[in-house]
Design a protein around this ligand. Structure first.
Ligand code: NAG
Ligand code: NAG
Ligand code: NAG
Ligand code: NAG
Ligand code: NAG
Ligand code: NAG
Ligand code: NAG
Ligand code: NAG
Length: 431
């Protein structure tokens, strides 16, 4: 009997756990190879990387794609991308391949490369937008001519062991799978052509694989209580504390300080949270039928301008967003019926670039929400977000018992919350 009950509890709670985070997972990145012609010793393929993730983009310094050839393939040439190393092509006389490595590593070209090296959707330095922000910029592609491989759909062997850094770790790619051939519409839209063979590879992201610590945190305030609840201390790990820069330091005038490093190592302003990004949520005004929130995002990294940044938020009142003042907003509907999640992002040419740490290193906006008649309350921290993701990374929230609360109301029951949280963790481990 006990077993039955716990099994029942588990199913109920597991489905709750599965439904609990509407923001995760956020789709996938699919890499599609379309063979467009067979050649005497191999094939020419168009490789298309589509970022189907709604709010996680591929930022500077862009994607790096790797794989292992199944046979003795070489890359004769590439258009719209290149391999980082040529490898040992010494056995070739005369016509030398672009790359002879068993496991080639491919990167996008930079903007402004000569016309004859360009390909559609290429040459963006590997930067690819999130699908939710701009599907037309969420694609990157290049052409590859492969030699010493199969020369028909019977003899070709699919590449193996795909790896994707976008940028840095976090993605895991599945095996390549043959899928129905892609059809293309000619530019006059009057004729359809078809790839000779198509295979897909799907890569998914896990924040746990990507980094030990969060990379952003959330702070809270409200008009009804003067307490500002700060980000948790060391929210993003304090191990780099000795390398941080105190504000107004002379060091900041140093030439070259702001030059991004190849490994994207941040140079952080010293804060108690040591996060590169802080998201502040301020409950600003209470009207009869509406309420207003101010959202500010601050960059504490002196070495990074965040282009195409995104902020995904879960809050039960986001189904009634009435107006967003200086960000763009799009509801995310991961489970068609639940509309409590949305994505904020910068307006083009206005605030879509979140500048490096310093006086311009922040973006802000206000949001007007119509009160949900049955559920709206300022009690128990209801007005604060449930989850916040910056650039697809979950931000650390302060503990609920520290939220600013209404005078004469009790804080959120810490004990219950902790119990719930523990059982939740337990369930996560079990599910
Ligand atoms: C990848 O995402 C696309 C678009 O959301 C979806 O259709 C496809 O099923 C996903 N693939 C996998 C293997 O999850
Ligand atoms: C293969 O990838 C493309 C995106 O590049 C996607 O549109 C298509 O649905 C995928 N096919 C399958 C069967 O997953
Ligand atoms: C291989 O090509 C032949 C015709 O060229 C076609 O009939 C067959 O379906 C193809 N097989 C695959 C797996 O694409
Ligand atoms: C792919 O990776 C697996 C496990 O890491 C390895 O055993 C296998 O040899 C690799 N295949 C190729 C073609 O490199
Ligand atoms: C950020 O952008 C500004 C203006 O485009 C530029 O002057 C600055 O060097 C950039 N900073 C970094 C760290 O790339
Ligand atoms: C979800 O909420 C937004 C407002 O935030 C609204 O514009 C949209 O129509 C809603 N979608 C559904 C399916 O309810
Ligand atoms: C809020 O949104 C829900 C669902 O999107 C809708 O039914 C309702 O009328 C809206 N307004 C209020 C005041 O709840
Ligand atoms: C404001 O909220 C804090 C909890 O963060 C609480 O300690 C304090 O008593 C509240 N102030 C008032 C006036 O209720």
């Amino acid at each position: 009997m006990r077993l039955l009950i716990s099994a029942l509890c588990l199913t109920v709670l597991c489905s709750y756990a599965a439904a609990y985070d509407p923001l995760d997972p956020d789709g996938n990145i699919t890499i599609k190879w379309d063979v467009v012609s067979w050649t005497p010793d191999g094939y020419v393929a168009v490789v298309t990387m589509s970022n189907f993730q709604m709010y996680r983009h591929i930022m500077n310094p862009g994607w790096t794609l790797g794989w292992s050839w199944a046979k003795k393939e070489v890359i004769w040439s590439m258009v719209g991308s290149q391999t980082t190393e040529q490898g040992d092509c010494s056995k070739f006389k005369g016509n030398v391949p672009h790359c002879c490595k068993k496991t080639p590593t491919v990167v996008d070209l930079l903007p402004g490369v000569p016309y004859n090296l360009q390909f559609s959707n290429c040459c963006k330095g590997g930067v690819v937008a999130a699908w939710g922000q701009d599907p037309s910029s969420a694609v990157s592609s290049f052409q590859i001519s492969v030699g010493q491989g199969g020369t028909s759909n019977k003899t070709v062997k699919l590449p193996k062991n795909f790896t994707l850094s976008a940028p840095g770790p976090g993605y895991t790619c599945g095996p390549a799978k043959v899928v129905p051939s892609t059809t293309f519409l000619t530019s006059d839209k009057r004729r359809k052509t078809q790839a000779l063979m198509t295979w897909n590879v799907t890569c998914t992201y896990s924040q746990f694989l990507a980094r030990k610590n969060p990379s952003c945190c959330v702070s809270l305030s409200s008009f009804y209580n003067e307490t500002i609840t700060p980000c948790p201390s060391c929210a993003c790990g304090c191990q780099n504390k000795k390398n941080c820069v105190k504000g107004h330091s002379k060091f900041l005038d140093m030439v070259g300080l702001h030059t991004p490093k190849r490994d994207n190592e941040p140079l952080l302003q010293c804060t108690h949270h040591m996060c590169p990004i802080r998201v502040h949520w301020h409950v600003k005004v209470n009207y009869k039928d509406y309420w207003r929130v101010k959202i500010a995002v601050t960059n504490f990294n002196y070495r990074l301008n965040y282009s195409l940044w995104t902020l995904a938020v879960q809050h039960p009142n986001l189904n009634n967003v009435t107006q967003v003042f200086s960000f763009d907003y799009k509801p995310l509907l991961p489970y068609q019926s639940i509309n409590d999640t949305g994505m904020f992002y910068g307006m083009k040419f206005f605030n879509d670039l979140l500048m490096e740490a310093g006086p311009s290193g922040n973006v802000q906006s206000e949001v007007l929400l119509q009160k949900n008649k049955e559920t709206f309350t300022f009690n128990q921290g209801w007005a604060f977000p449930r989850r916040v993701y910056f650039n697809g990374e979950e931000c650390m929230m302060p503990p609920p018992d520290t939220y600013p609360y209404l005078p004469n109301s009790s804080p959120i029951n810490t004990l219950n919350f902790q119990a719930l949280f523990t059982s939740f963790l337990l369930l996560l481990a079990l599910c």
